[in-house]
Every structure is written in structure tokens, then in C-alpha cells.
Design a protein around this ligand. Structure first.
Ligand SMILES: O=C(O)CCC(=O)C(=O)O
Ligand SMILES: [Fe+2]
Length: 333
């Protein structure tokens, strides 16, 4: 009770005793995805855990997701070998136009890259996009392609579970999700240097799809849970993948789930690679609040928007919103 807590605090201050330390950060939920394909009771528990983690923390780690270590390591190696190519080779993919199917950049023109280079491209359906991908390193298409197909599969499993947990049913939007956008961002960050005070690689933001599945070579991802005003570091658990809620899932769930603000800090021990796979509906498909989740007590909170709308919105609105979804609020000031 605040009054009692307040008076205890004052009493302890009076005696020169330091105020109590804040509670230690809660560990991130780690979800065994294998339970989704077991008996229906195990599936129901896994669905409950996934939706609870999305609701309360905005993110979770997944293990037993069926993506082999060699596939994950292969993708990290392919990314690392790409970033080791000559500047000239990498700049073949350089472009200011965010609508390009593939884009390499090193600077902060996007308003949030403080110290990173990146390669971004689409991946689903693979046959439509792989022709735009680098041919160097020679194994790039094979290794990144295998990983992209596997993350798309995991994203489908997760979305079905989340939609079921929200009461919308596991086949809700299924076809649209299967043909939806998968946008892969490979990020390369330098090791932090003692000389440079700024340790931020990528400034705070939310992602705009339904879900992001992130693989990191070493720690550096930090998240801000909804109730917190502090950063929590996400450990790089061997074999695990990090999953967080994006803006369009906040819209679809009519605010029941909130997109997660996250950032990347530079690692003091080594340079770092992360691969973010962002999953949503297809480019022009608008995402709306699910009618089933709107009623007189829960009025519709967001207007509909597509992935394309986000790309159109971005250039003129860099840094205006930490979370793009704020711009979709119907009740925004
Ligand atoms: O590097 C990271 O850990 C975060 C990357 C990220 O947030 C992104 O690519 O959107
Ligand atoms: Fe992100």
C-alpha cells in the first residue's frame, strides 16, 4: 500500500539507511515451441504462455522451434561474409529508395541507424525475391534462403497460436499470412570503442509487421517492456530465437497486444550481427482491428493501414514517432 510503503521509506531515510533497491529484472519468458504440435492440452498451455508473454512483456524467446543450429549459423555466416566484402561490392545494393527490393546502407538516413550497416531485402515467397539477393558470398542465397523459409514457417506457427489465443481461431487470416511479406534485415554493428561515448547502434523503435523473429550473434538487443522505463538486455541464448510484437499486431488485436520498443547497443567485446525477420500481410493489404475484438467497451482504437502505407509514411516522418502505430491511433491528439 503506497501510504505504508511511503512512511517506511521516510523512516529508513531518517536513519540514514539507503532506500530499498529496485526489484531485479524479471527473466524473459522462454517458450518451448515443440508443445504446439503435441497433444491438445500441451498446445493449449503453449498458446496461453505465448499470448501472456505478448500481452505482458511484448516479447519472448523460443526454443525447440525446429530450425537447426547449422541453419542458424549458416545464415549468420552468410551475413558476416557479405559485410566483409569490399565497400564497392556492397554498394552495388546501395539506394536511398526504401521501395527497392534490396538495399544496403551504412548511414543514419533512416533516422535510427546510429552505428550500423545493413542489408535489407524481401524473402516470401522466396522464388519472387531471391533473384535480387547477392551472389557473393557464393553460399549467400542458399544459406539465407534456407533460414528465411524456416523463419517464415515458425512465424506461421506463432501467428496461428496468437490468433487462437486472442479468440480469433488458428485459421484466421491464414492464406493472407502465408502469402504475406517477409522482410529480412541483416544488421552489422562494430565493437564499441572506449573512445566513443555513444554506445547505441540502433535507436529505439518498434517494428511494423505482426511479428519480428530475431537471431543475434552476441548480446546487444535491449527491450523496454510496457510497464518499465528501463532497458532489459536480451541474452543470446544458444539455439534460441527472440520474438517480439510489431505495430500491426497491436492494430489487429485492437490494443490488447502492444508493439515492443527495442534498440541495439554496441557489444564491448566483438562486432555483432543480427538478422531480423519481419512478418506481415502483403504489401497492399490493409490491417484493421479485428471486428471480433471491438465492442462497446472496447472501441476501435486504430485506423487501417498497409505495409505500403508505412513505407510511404516513413521518409517524411523520421523520428516523429518511436512507434509508427501511434500515428494510427484514432484518438491521437
Ligand atoms: O540488432 C538488433 O538486435 C535489433 C535489430 C532491429 O531492431 C531491426 O532490424 O529492426
Ligand atoms: Fe527493430
Amino acid at each position: 500500500m503506497p501510504a505504508v510503503a511511503g512512511s517506511l521509506y521516510m523512516a529508513s531515510q531518517h536513519k540514514g539507511v539507503p532506500p530499498p533497491l529496485p526489484p531485479p529484472p524479471r527473466p524473459l519468458p522462454v517458450i518451448n515451441l515443440g508443445r504446439l504440435t503435441m497433444d491438445s492440452a500441451s498446445r493449449a498451455l503453449a498458446v496461453r504462455d505465448i499470448v501472456l508473454a505478448c500481452r505482458e512483456r511484448g516479447c519472448f524467446e523460443v526454443v525447440n522451434h525446429g530450425i537447426s543450429r547449422s541453419c542458424m549459423n549458416g545464415a549468420l555466416e552468410a551475413a558476416s561474409e557479405f559485410f566483409q566484402l569490399s565497400t564497392e561490392r556492397k554498394e552495388e545494393f546501395a539506394s536511398d529508395d526504401i521501395r527497392q527490393p534490396i538495399r544496403y546502407d551504412t548511414s543514419s538516413r533512416d533516422g535510427i541507424s546510429m552505428s550500423r550497416s545493413f542489408l535489407k531485402h524481401y524473402a516470401n515467397p522466396l522464388d519472387d525475391w531471391i533473384k535480387f539477393w547477392p551472389t557473393q558470398p557464393p553460399t549467400y542465397r542458399e544459406k539465407m534462403g534456407e533460414y528465411a523459409v524456416e523463419t517464415q514457417r515458425v512465424s506461421m506457427q506463432l501467428m496461428k497460436a496468437i490468433l487462437q489465443g486472442l479468440g480469433l481461431g488458428p485459421s484466421y487470416l491464414q492464406e493472407k499470412l502465408e502469402g504475406g511479406v517477409q522482410f529480412v534485415a541483416l544488421n552489422n554493428y562494430p565493437q564499441s570503442s572506449a573512445k566513443k561515448a555513444d554506445k547505441i547502434g540502433l535507436a529505439p523503435h518498434s517494428d511494423y509487421g505482426f511479428l519480428t523473429i530475431l537471431l543475434q550473434s552476441s548480446p546487444g538487443l535491449e527491450v523496454m517492456h510496457h510497464e518499465d522505463d528501463a532497458w532489459t538486455s536480451v541474452p543470446a541464448i544458444p539455439g534460441a530465437l527472440h520474438v517480439h510484437v510489431g505495430d500491426h499486431l497491436e492494430v489487429l488485436s485492437n490494443g490488447q497486444l502492444k508493439s515492443l520498443v527495442h534498440r541495439a547497443v554496441l557489444n564491448p567485446n566483438e562486432s555483432r550481427i543480427s538478422i531480423a525477420s519481419i512478418h506481415g500481410l502483403s504489401m497492399d493489404e490493409e490491417v484493421h482491428c479485428a471486428e471480433e475484438l471491438v465492442d462497446e467497451h472496447h472501441p476501435k482504437m486504430y485506423r487501417g493501414s498497409s505495409f505500403q502505407d508505412f513505407l510511404d509514411f516513413l521518409p517524411a516522418n523520421m523520428n516523429r514517432y518511436k512507434r509508427y502505430v501511434e500515428s494510427l491511433r484514432i484518438d491521437k491528439p
